[in-house]
Design a protein around this ligand. Structure first.
Ligand SMILES: Nc1ncnc2c1ncn2[C@@H]1O[C@H](COP(=O)(O)OP(=O)(O)O)[C@@H](O)[C@H]1O
Ligand SMILES: CC(=O)OP(=O)(O)O
Ligand SMILES: [Mg+2]
Length: 430
């Protein structure tokens, strides 16, 4: 993209993309140069709204060190403004004519958004409409977008949706077996999340195997604080574990994953809990934290090493659920070329990977202890040569993927726009 300078004379190449990943209480951001797909700066604002907010900012050019700001950052708007100040202090301010676009991770896009989308008022209204099915995520995404629009009203803002990759799921995988009229009236179905990660990781896994994405069937296990599994056949998602909301499926840091839905009626009737209380219970006080009081796998492993039985049981429940999904998705795919671990737990916890694959030799799966113990930021195989199915660790990079999709879209639109017609960018609706 070419952007006029402030003087309106010579033009500079706008090749930078700022990526914003706004979570319920945090904002992660990265500024990337898409000329060579390199990072210029990365940062994180956490515990937004608390007295103990913290901003960590790392410039990646010029060798400067990480900077830390402690103390209350009231809301997502303040967080983003603080991040913009840090970037400006490194000479990477958002007012730069080199900035081509701001790419936003948006968690719930329903069925409508299957591609990266330039954000218009109408697109924002749709993201807003989906708040009830992504209450922890979409509101934060909306504030991130609104604040970025104020900071750079002239730039196209692009939404990249967690749900987009999963829209290829066949109807029989996406539809719940409940009354069709009720489901359709309220758009109740499996949407799936973490799609940007599942897409990126499944593609990288094919590369690791020396094949094209079209040639391989893979099971991706995205194990972060939120966790989800997906079955990807020939580059297309055919099944995933998260559902209408990011609550279903695997055991997560604070979310229960699969339970009998009748647990909710039961709690209403016998414990007198309200719907909102049950929502908090299942989303924030369940999963690993509900089982043992900790949601960080490092801490859980440390406690297990000290003989803590609650931590050991939480670990076993977490791994048992993973194993069930590996088995189920092996059946769904018929032939599996690779099982791939990614995100914080998947990339770093050798004990989780070992335990999840243990006993699956009949499925052609095995882990080599030596390879599994290697720590690396690179995609790598951890299965022995004799194993029929590869087991791999592939670090995810949602920000790079969002930046790539954002930049490709604004470049495409920049090319199709007529000279002097830059303005309609903001109204493109796809
Ligand atoms: N070295 C490690 N060993 C084991 N688990 C780790 C390690 N580093 C991070 N984790 C796990 O990864 C989780 C965070 O994963 P991440 O993908 O960053 O989550 P999110 O993006 O959802 O915030 C932590 O809560 C912790 O359980
Ligand atoms: C959708 C989801 O669960 O996201 P995260 O893992 O970032 O909470
Ligand atoms: Mg994540």
């Amino acid at each position: 993209m070419t952007t006029p300078t402030k003087e309106g004379s010579a033009a500079v190449q706008a090749r930078r993309v700022l990526v914003l990943n706004s979570g319920s209480s945090s904002v992660k951001y990265q500024l990337l140069d898409m000329e060579n797909r390199s990072r210029l700066a990365i940062g994180l604002v956490e515990r937004i709204g608390e007295e103990t907010s913290r901003l960590l900012h790392t410039p990646l050019t010029g060798g400067a060190a990480t900077r830390e700001r402690m103390g209350r950052i009231a809301d997502h708007e303040a967080a983003l403004k603080a991040a913009a100040e840090e970037l400006a202090a490194d000479g990477l301010g958002l007012d730069s004519p080199e900035l081509a676009s701001i790419g936003h991770r948006v968690v719930h896009g329903g069925l409508r958004f299957t591609e990266p989308t330039v954000i218009t008022e109408e697109v924002l209204a749709e993201i807003e409409r989906l708040v009830p099915v992504a209450p922890l995520h979409n509101p934060a995404n909306i504030i991130g977008i609104r604040t970025a629009q104020v900071l750079r009203p002239d730039l196209p803002q692009v939404a990249v949706f967690d749900t987009a990759f999963h829209t290829t799921m066949p109807e029989y995988a996406a539809r719940y077996a409940i009354d069709v009229e009720t489901a359709d009236a309220h758009r109740i179905r499996r949407y799936g999340f973490h799609g940007t990660s599942h897409a990126y990781v499944s593609r990288k896994a094919a590369e690791l195997l020396g094949r094209t994405p079209e040639e391989v069937n893979v099971i991706v296990l995205h194990l972060g604080n939120g966790a989800s599994a997906s079955a990807v056949a020939g580059g297309r998602c055919v099944e995933t574990s998260m559902g209408l909301t990011p609550l279903e499926g695997l055991v997560m840091g604070t979310r229960s994953g699969d339970i009998d839905p009748a647990v909710t009626f039961h709690l209403t009737r016998v414990a007198g809990m309200s719907v909102d209380e049950i929502d908090v219970l299942l989303n924030k006080r369940s999963g690993l934290v509900g089982l043992c009081g900790d949601n960080d796998m490092r801490e859980i492993r440390r406690r297990i090493d000290e003989g803590d039985e609650r931590a050991a049981l939480a670990f076993d429940i977490y791994v048992h659920r993973l194993k069930k999904y590996i088995g189920a998705y092996s059946a769904v795919l018929g032939r599996v070329d690779a099982v791939v671990f990614t995100a914080g737990v998947g990339e770093n916890s050798a004990p989780v990977r070992e335990a999840a694959i243990a006993g699956l030799e009949e499925f052609g799966l095995a882990v080599d202890a030596g390879l599994n113990a290697v720590r690396s930021g690179e995609p790598r195989l951890i299965s022995p040569d004799y194993a029929r199915v590869a087991v791999a660790v592939v670090p995810t990079d949602e920000e790079l993927e969002i930046a790539g999709q954002t930049f490709a879209l604004v470049e495409r639109l920049g090319r199709t726009a007529q000279p002097g017609q830059a303005e309609p960018l903001g109204r493109v609706d796809n």
